[in-house]
Structure formats: structure tokens, C-alpha cells
Write a protein that binds this ligand. Structure first.
Ligand code: ADE
Length: 235
């Protein structure tokens, strides 16, 4: 997979992809992130990429021409499964969306900046608009990094332990259960006996029950329409 990110602040995206899991994904040839500076596609000498909003009001608007030029240049090199625009009025990112994006070949992500991009870019090129939550960031860059991270870690082979993405919170519609490592006792706080028992079935049942309990407590909305009691009885 290649993810091409278009931004007016490339510096904001220099860090995240050269560390840890995302760096390893690139080294293994599984996912590559390329950052493109919108200013390189400006059409005038001043390298202008934003202009005043028609109709007035505070805040600048990303101009059609540089964005269109950049998107067309990228499209001439590869086919994209999705051209994504990061914006607070998009569809909210969740694990299901990350799962489906992780199955794609190439993604292009346009980061909104200033007041956002001229509507005609959205009409002509954008296939998907994504928000990372009901709050406003100063630009789409950090949101694009969040999407890229959530997607890349799901590509088979990126995580060392293939099963570890499968046991994430949300992957089965539940929050993850509590986890522990050594020591078995810390300041009088003991790791639950069952986890030390070596009994795999009991451990799996305990984890499932804890997941359901935690989800009921913290995110009851995730359980609507689900009958986990029936699941438990069947076991
Ligand atoms: N740009 C500004 N705020 C954003 C958000 N919440 N999600 C995606 N892009 C954004």
C-alpha cells in the first residue's frame, strides 16, 4: 500500500512515519507514506495556495488550482482506491473503517488547512471525507497521521504477532480486557489467579467476560443489539 498525503505543512508529518511499527512497515515493503508539499504545485510566483473566501468572513480557503494540479500529478503515477479529505464534517473514523481501508492498494489523503478546501475540489476529486472526532484541529495533518497509523498496523505482516490486531479493542465490537505483565504482585496488587493458571480455555473465558464487563461499564452504546449473554450460555 502507498499512502500519499498532500499538505501545506509537511513538517507536521515528518515524525510519525519514521518510527516503530510504521517505519518497520516501510522497511518490510508493506506500506509507504509519501508527503507532498502543496506549495510545490502553486501556480503563481508567490507560491500562493490560499485565498480569501467569496462572500467574506474570517479565514482563508485552499485554492482549487494548486490542489487540482497536485492531485492530477499524483494520479498520473498511480491509481488510487480512495481520495480522502480530512475534515471535521466527514464520516467519523472507527475500527470498521480502518479495517476496510487496510484492504485497499493506494490511498491519497488531502489535509484541510485554513478554513478548508474550495468545495469544487470535494465535488470533483474526493471519494471519502473522514473526521477523527467531534473537535476541530488546526489542520488535517495530525488527523491524517491517525488514519494512516490505524490503517497500516492492520496490514497483514506489519505487526510481528499476527493475532495482536485481532485482539484489539473494537475489533470484535468490545473493549479489550485488562492486561498484566510481571511481577505477579506489585504493592499488594495481585494479577488475577486465572491468568497464571496456564488453563487456556479458562483464560479465554475470563478475558471475554472482562471485555463484556468493561464495555458495559464504559461504552454501553457498543453493546446495543448484541446478545453476549446468549454467547456466554452457549459456552
Ligand atoms: N481537521 C480539523 N479537525 C479535524 C478533525 N476532527 N478530523 C479530521 N480532520 C480535521
Amino acid at each position: 500500500m502507498q499512502i500519499d498525503i498532500i499538505t501545506v505543512v509537511p513538517g507536521l508529518l515528518e515524525g510519525p512515519f519514521s518510527h516503530s511499527i510504521l517505519k518497520r512497515a516501510e522497511e518490510k515493503g508493506l506500506a509507504k507514506v509519501k508527503v507532498h508539499n502543496l506549495r510545490d504545485y502553486a501556480t503563481n510566483k508567490q507560491k500562493q495556495v490560499d485565498d480569501y473566501a467569496f462572500g467574506g468572513g474570517a479565514g482563508m480557503v485552499m485554492m482549487v488550482e494548486p490542489v487540482a494540479r497536485c492531485i492530477e500529478a499524483l494520479k498520473s503515477h498511480r491509481d488510487y482506491d480512495e481520495i480522502i479529505y480530512m475534515t471535521p464534517d466527514g464520516e467519523t473514523l472507527d475500527q470498521q473503517m480502518a479495517n476496510s481501508l487496510s484492504l485497499k492498494g493506494n490511498l491519497m489523503i488531502l489535509c484541510g488547512h485554513y478554513k478548508g478546501v474550495d468545495e469544487r475540489i470535494r465535488q470533483k476529486y474526493i471519494t471519502r471525507e473522514i473526521s477523527i472526532g467531534d473537535f476541530v484541529l488546526s489542520g488535517g495533518e495530525l488527523a491524517a497521521a491517525v488514519v494512516a497509523d490505524a490503517v497500516i498496523r492492520l496490514i497483514p505482516g506489519v505487526l510481528n504477532d499476527e493475532t495482536s490486531a485481532l485482539t484489539d479493542s473494537f475489533q470484535d465490537g468490545l473493549l479489550a480486557p485488562p492486561i498484566y505483565t510481571r511481577p505477579a504482585e506489585y504493592e499488594g496488587m495481585k494479577v488475577p489467579d486465572v491468568l497464571l493458571s496456564g488453563h487456556n480455555e479458562k483464560i479465554a473465558n475470563w478475558r471475554f467476560e472482562e471485555s463484556v464487563r468493561r464495555t458495559k461499564e464504559r461504552r454501553p452504546d457498543l453493546l446495543e443489539g448484541k446478545d453476549f449473554e446468549a454467547d456466554e450460555k452457549r459456552k
